[in-house]
Design a binder for this molecule. Sequence first.
Ligand code: UDX
Ligand code: ADP
Length: 458
Amino acid sequence: MTPEKKILCIGAGYVGGPTMAVIAHKCPDYQVTVVDINPERIDQWNSDSLPIFEPGLDPIVKRARGRNLFFSTDIEKGIRENDIIFVSVNTPTKTFGVGSGMAADLQYWEKTARQILEHSDAPKIIIEKSTLPVKTAQAMERILTTNHKKVRFDVLSNPEFLAEGTAVRDLEKPDRVLIGAHRTPEGKKAQDVLVDIYTRWVPRDRILTCDIWSSELSKLVSNAFLAQRVSSINAVSALCEKTDADITQVARAVGMDGRIGNRFLNASVGFGGSCFQKDILNLVYLCRHYGLHEAADYWEGVIRINDHQKNRFVFNMLNAMFNTLANKKICMFGFAFKADTGDTRESPAIFISKKLLEEKAALVITDPKALPNARIDLRGIDQNVRYVEDPYEAVAGTHAIAVLTEWGLYRTLDYQKIFDAMVQPAFIFDGRNILDHNALFEIGFNVYPIGKPALTHF
Ligand code: UDX
Ligand code: ADP
């Protein structure tokens, strides 16, 4: 049977993989192919053990794979055989040259654009799924349209708003789908092809269309707003610790204002993940580029507070544990940047591990999904680090626990048993405010939450 539509996605990462799996799941009459330059990644997508952990993803992939979902390394064939091409290659922050440490590194995107150009003989719709700073689609379009083959390319922006850990749910029931296209008859026609795909499972009134630049900028701004909320509540958490107010009470009172809303108000050890910092840095770079230094400073403040929050956490640990961590054993509960993912990109746990190791502490890291990535992140500096999957085994003989990821399993552990296995006086630093602090104090722990008075036996 000829498929209704043939779709290619270049880049089989945290965005490309789940997004294409959900399209294949929702549209069994489409043929969806995902390609990547990394053969190991493709092998994993084709195996029983997928390269990323995402609740609900395994069954969807397993049902569609081989039916209408295919993973391959043959990028050129993919380009030749598909007319609708999503691009979700990585766009990390530049580490060299102009804009180093701020602007997006577009070499992967550009390489892909050139590859698409080289192997296309028929008109194609190219859909930008990676996060890119504004005006990049224009640059890509230039690469694609300065071709001698006279092949037509229509470039669309379709930013992905999924969050890791809830990717499948976010893709199945998105708050909105955003499609940016040129406001020309051709652009509109290309836009309609993409609208057609999404209307298979997303209500039409949740599919927004706009021009390409507004679409790209909306993605940066959404992430900047979300990160700004976390930094705002974290800034207040510092004040709460000084004044004996309770950040949970404050967040509840503030969040019940319908104009503010109650989400993204959990004070924490700091935000991580591949998007927030990178997107804000892009926004800052753009503002500076256009001479908008006050706006740039404003957004930069979000990152400054986040860095401060991570530093404060380590400083509080040091201060509480009699100003020395040398030769003390610290157990880190969680290494992922958030719960329900094995991803550790920009995880606060990386920064905190490095700081604690500088203080000559010994670390035992436990996490249900992120230990393989933790090993990579700390490679070369982990002589004093052990990686232990079982939390009970991990805490044995340690002086302190630092909760860095809000995994549900940490709420239900037997803390009496844990206390008995630790060196006394035992400390818990709850960087996610997920534990029952009074109960821990009753057991005998010295408890240090975020943005609340510490409960200590001294
Ligand atoms: C984010 C955006 O939510 C998503 O729309 C976009 O597509 C990609 O970036 P993600 O980074 O996967 O998603 O996770 P998110 O849930 O936004 O959390 C980001 C970080 O903020 C995590 O480290 C999380 O622990 C932290 N966070 C979040 C808090 O510290 N407090 C909160 O209240 C919420
Ligand atoms: P994201 O979170 O944005 O999905 P990832 O790093 O998880 O980022 O995924 C990006 C994927 O893109 C990686 O698997 C990487 O190997 C792939 N990739 C990067 N450049 C290219 C390219 N030129 N062609 C094909 N795949 C690429």
